[in-house]
Design a protein around this ligand. Structure first.
Ligand SMILES: [Zn+2]
Length: 517
C-alpha cells in the first residue's frame, strides 16, 4: 500500500513537472495521416500520450489478473486440502498412540484421500490395521511400502516385528537381513539381526554381525568383550556339529585366549584337545585350571583323558592324587580323589578324602557319596540312611544357573534354553537353597557350619520325616560322585519354593529331580 501511494505521488509529480516544463517551452505538434490533420500544443500531446499509456497499463494488468485467478483459486484449495490432510495424519498418529483403533482408521482413510501421498499415510494405515487386529491388512500395507525406496525400511521393520510376534524366526531373520541392506548403520538393525542369528544357531554370522556392531559403535566395547567369548564358544559348537573339529578347537582356543578365566572355554578347549589326541597338552591345561578353579567337569575330563593311559583303577587313583597336588586343600580335589578311590574300592582312602570334603557343611553330592561308601564298604544301614537324610537337607550342589530366569542346567551352553538370553549361565548353587532358608556356604563361617553339621542342626523336624528318600543305584561308578549327581535344581517347580523350609519328602523329591541338559 505504501509502495502504491509513493508510486502515485511520484507519477503525479512527474506529470506536474512535465506540464511546467512544456508550458515554459511552447510549440505545436501537427499530425497528417490519411487526409486527417491533427494539430495541438506539445503540452497537450504529452498529456494525451501519458493518458493513453496509463490506460493501456491498467487494461493489460486487469486482463493478466483475470487470467491468473483460476490458478490462484486452485492453489488455495489445494493448500487447504493438504493442511486438512496433515491434520488428519497427525490426529491419526495421536489415535494410534492412544490405542483408539476406530479413530485411527477414520483419520488414516481421511489422510489417504486428502494427501494423495501413499508414503505418508501407509504407515498410519498399517498401524491402524494392527490396532484393529487385522495383521493381514497391516502386512499388505507393509509390503506396499517395500516398493518405494523412501518407505522400504519402514515396511521391512513392520514385517520383521510381525514375524517376531508370531514366532517366525526364519522369516524375522530374513527381514532383518533386508533391513541391514537398507540401513546398515542402525544399531537397532544390528542388534536385532545378532539376536536372531544366535537364536537360529548361526554363530559365525552372529560373530560377523557383532564385529560390525562394534565397528559402528552399536555395542559398547565392554559388552562386546563379554559377548565375543560366548559367541566364539557357539562358533566352536557350530563347527563341531559340521564335523570340522580343527575349526572347533581353533574357536575354543580363541575364546580361551580372549577370556582366560572363562571356565566354559577352558572346559571346551581341554575337551577338544583331548579328542584331538593331545593328552599332555590337555593335562597341562587341566592342571593349571584346577589350581585356580577346580570344577567337577574338569575332574570328569581328567578322568576321561587318563582312562586312555591308565588301564586299571589303582593307576587312576594315583593320577587323581597328582591332580589333588595342584590344589590340595580344595573340597573338589578331595571329592575327585574319593571318586577314584571308590571306583578302586579303596574304602579307607575314599573315606579319608570324603571326610575332608565333608568338614564344611557337606553338599548333597558328598552326602550321597558317603552313603554309597557306607553301603558298599559294609557299613550299617543306619549310617547309610543318616547320610541320605543329610543329603536331602544339605545345601544343593552348584549348577549352571541362568542369571536372567533362574533356570538350572547340568552343562553350560552359550544361551539359556529357557529364556534364550546370551551368556547368562554361571556356576553357582541354585536359588532354592537360599529361598528355602538352608545354610548357604557363604552365610556362616566354617567353624559354625561344621558345628551345625555335627549337631545335625538342619532345618528339618524328625517327625516330619515320612520315609528316607530313595537310595541312589549302588555299584555304578558314574553315579557315585563326579558326574551327574542329582541335586535339587530349579526347574518347572521353581514357583513351588517354600521360603520357610520344606519337608523331608519335599526335599527328597527335589533332590531326585533330574537336571535338564
Ligand atoms: Zn534363562
Amino acid at each position: 500500500m505504501i509502495r502504491f501511494t509513493i508510486s502515485i505521488i511520484v507519477a503525479l509529480g512527474l506529470v506536474v513537472a512535465a506540464s511546467i516544463w512544456f508550458s515554459d517551452r511552447p510549440g505545436a505538434v501537427s499530425i497528417e495521416w490519411q487526409g486527417w490533420l491533427i494539430e495541438m500544443s506539445v503540452g497537450r500531446f504529452v498529456l494525451a500520450t501519458a493518458i493513453v499509456v496509463a490506460a493501456a497499463i491498467v487494461v493489460i494488468g486487469f486482463f493478466r489478473l483475470i487470467g491468473r485467478t483460476p490458478g490462484r483459486i486452485r492453489d488455495s484449495l489445494r493448500t487447504s486440502r493438504r493442511e486438512r490432510g496433515y491434520r488428519a495424519l497427525t490426529q491419526g498418529m495421536v489415535a494410534v498412540a492412544a490405542g483408539d483403533p476406530d479413530e485411527a482408521n477414520r483419520h488414516a482413510r481421511r489422510a489417504d484421500v486428502l494427501l494423495e501421498e501413499p508414503p505418508l499415510t501407509m504407515l498410519l494405515s498399517a498401524q491402524a490395521a494392527q490396532l484393529n487386529g487385522d495383521e493381514d491388512a497391516a502386512a499388505r500395507y507393509f509390503n506396499n511400502m517395500l516398493n518405494r525406496p523412501e518407505t522400504a525400511f519402514l515396511g521391512v521393520r513392520g514385517l520383521l516385528i510381525q514375524a517376531q510376534k508370531i514366532g517366525d524366526s526364519a522369516g524375522a531373520l530374513n527381514y532383518a537381513e533386508r533391513a541391514y541392506q537398507l540401513q546398515p548403520k542402525t544399531p537397532w538393525v544390528l542388534n536385532t539381526m545378532f539376536n536372531l542369528q544366535i537364536q537360529d544357531g548361526r554363530w559365525r554370522a552372529a560373530l560377523a554381525t557383532l564385529e560390525e556392531a562394534v565397528k559402528r559403535r552399536a555395542v559398547p566395547a565392554d559388552v562386546a568383550r563379554n559377548r565375543r567369548a560366548t559367541v566364539l564358544m557357539g562358533c566352536s559348537a557350530e563347527a563341531e556339529a559340521n564335523g570340522d573339529m580343527v575349526e572347533a578347537l581353533r574357536f575354543a582356543k580363541r575364546a580361551n585366549a580372549l577370556a582366560p578365566d572363562f571356565l566354559p572355554a577352558v572346559l571346551r578347549t581341554a575337551d577338544l584337545t583331548i579328542r584331538a589326541g593331545k593328552i599332555r597338552r590337555a593335562a597341562r591345561m587341566i592342571h593349571s585350571a584346577w589350581a585356580d578353579n577346580p570344577h567337577p567337569d574338569l575332574a570328569r575330563l581328567y578322568g576321561e583323558m587318563e582312562s586312555r593311559s591308565a588301564d586299571d583303577d589303582l593307576k587312576r587313583v594315583k593320577l587323581f592324587e597328582r591332580l589333588l597336588s595342584f590344589n590340595p586343600d580344595h573340597m573338589e580335589s578331595h571329592i575327585a580323589l574319593a571318586q577314584a578311590a571308590l571306583a578302586a574300592e579303596l574304602w579307607g582312602e575314599a573315606r579319608n578324602h570324603l571326610e575332608k570334603a565333608a568338614v564344611e557343611a557337606p553338599s548333597a553330592r558328598v552326602c550321597r557319596m558317603m552313603a554309597n561308601l557306607e553301603e558298599r564298604s559294609g557299613g550299617d544301614t543306619d549310617a547309610v540312611h543318616g547320610w541320605l537324610l543329610r543329603a536331602s537337607t544339605a545345601p544343593p550342589d552348584a549348577a549352571w544357573i541362568c542369571s536372567d530366569c533362574g533356570a538350572a542346567w547340568e552343562s553350560w551352553s552359550p544361551t539359556c534354553d529357557e529364556c534364550t538370553a546370551l551368556g547368562t549361565l554361571n556356576w553357582e548353587p541354585p536359588a532354592r537353597a537360599r529361598a528355602a532358608g538352608l545354610p548357604s556356604p557363604d552365610t556362616k563361617d566354617p567353624a559354625e557350619r561344621a558345628a551345625g553339621a555335627d549337631d545335625g542342626d538342619a532345618p528339618l523336624l524328625e517327625d516330619e520325616i515320612v520315609e528316607p528318600p530313595p537310595e541312589p543305584p549302588g555299584g555304578q561308578k558314574e553315579d557315585a560322585g563326579i558326574s551327574p549327581d542329582p541335586a535339587p535344581t530349579i526347574d518347572g517347580t521353581a514357583t513351588h519354593i517354600e521360603p520357610n523350609g520344606s519337608t523331608a519328602t519335599d526335599a527328597g523329591t527335589a533332590a531326585d529331580t533330574p537336571k535338564r541338559d
